[in-house]
Design a protein around this ligand. Structure first.
Ligand code: PLP
Length: 359
């Protein structure tokens, strides 16, 4: 039976990408060696790395002001690397607290400078994206989490600021066009929308670097990876290869405009069912902030005992990964780029059948 993978991350990848990746694991481009066993300095891998960078530049419409880095350590390492590289001890950075990942970024940044939380939805369990706040002009940057994977909220526009944005885009990178000029730095763990875990994509304005006074360990200094083109040490070769294949797939599929259209259609389909179905309730209080990547919902009040039954029905229909994050409960349908609308329709049909049987 076909599986419909609604996992939040590691998550669904395009089938064609996984097919090519498995072939390359046995014999890469007919060279008689696996992609897993060739040098990261071989001409074959250099070509992969070059193409990956060119594709990112093309997809995100990057100028030469920006560097594209393929790093390790996950988005979680970026929580401290961003502040370590961009914020001096006596400077202040503004942060929005819109979920667990934002909170972790704030905690790490405090080790390197002053942090002002200028917007937060924490008191309401992160059920909306805060609006109507000022980002102080003396902030070094404004950090936000563009999509809150756990709580199912997403910025559909970014606040006007006088300072550059720094964004954790782990769970919605390349799901829609990016107004890149507004960003000083963007980071994303690969395992939600790009490729396998073990790779972290960073896009950084080169002129933002080299402005802090502290000593930065070589591996944690973005300038190392800019000057060595992500091969100061051994990069995650296979993960970069798979990401490159995904970038090709995004480009061939019409780029970010096309991804955005497809993602909007999927989101509309599931949220309509969440709103119409009497057995379910969405967890995001302001509908305009609902995530197009992760739809979070719970059983309607009084129906909580049916939760396990619904998950069983999902499983029977091949829908996996629908259980919500432990801090929110209920359900979460993650619908990253690689998910087709047909899979969302399967889940919606399960929701309909469930309410016919138990409503
Ligand atoms: C998954 C996720 C992270 C954590 O990523 P790691 O690569 O596991 O460190 C951080 N931020 C967001 C928004 C995420 O979705």
């Amino acid at each position: 039976m076909k599986k419909h993978n609604f996992s939040a991350g590691p998550a669904i990848l395009p089938a064609s990408v996984m097919e090519q990746a498995s072939k390359a694991a046995l014999d890469f481009n007919g060279i008689g060696l696996s992609i897993l066993e060739i040098s990261h300095r071989s001409p074959e891998f250099s070509a992969v790395l070059d193409e990956a960078e060119i594709l990112v530049r093309d997809i995100a419409n990057l100028s030469d002001d920006y560097a594209v880095l393929f790093l390790q350590g996950g988005a979680s390492s970026q929580f401290f690397m961003t502040a370590m590289n961009l914020l001096d001890d006596n400077e202040m950075a503004a942060y929005a607290d819109t979920g667990s990942w934002s909170a972790k970024a704030i905690k790490e940044a405090r080790n390197f400078g002053k942090v002002e939380v200028v917007a937060s939805s924490k008191e309401q369990n992160y059920t909306f994206i805060p609006k109507g706040y000022e980002v102080p002009a003396n902030a070094k940057y404004f950090h936000l989490t563009s999509n809150n994977t756990i709580f199912g909220t997403q910025y559909h526009s970014f606040p006007e600021t006088k300072v550059p944005l720094v964004a954790d885009m782990s769970s919605d990178i390349f799901s829609r066009p990016i107004d890149i000029e507004r960003f000083g730095l963007i980071y994303a763990g690969a395992q939600k929308n790009i490729g396998p875990a073990g790779l972290t994509l960073v896009i950084v304005r080169k002129d933002a670097l080299g402005k802090v006074n502290r000593t930065i360990p070589t591996m944690l200094d973005y300038r190392t990876h800019v000057s060595k083109k992500s091969t100061f040490n051994t990069p995650p070769v296979f993960a970069i290869y798979v990401a490159m294949l995904t970038f090709r797939w995004i480009k061939a599929g019409g780029g970010l405009e096309a991804m955005a259209r497809k993602n909007a259609a999927k989101a509309q389909l599931i949220y309509k069912e969440i709103d119409d179905n009497p057995l379910f309730t969405g967890t995001v209080t302001s509908k305009e902030d609902r995530s197009q990547m992760n739809a979070t919902f719970v059983m309607a009040p009084g129906k909580e005992e049916l939760q396990a039954t619904f998950l069983d029905m999902c499983k029977e229909a091949g829908c996996v990964g629908v259980k919500g994050h432990r801090s929110v409960g209920g359900f979460r349908a993650s619908m990253y780029n690689a998910m087709d609308i047909e899979s969302v329709q399967v889940l919606v049909d399960v929701m309909k059948a469930f309410s016919e049987r138990y409503g």
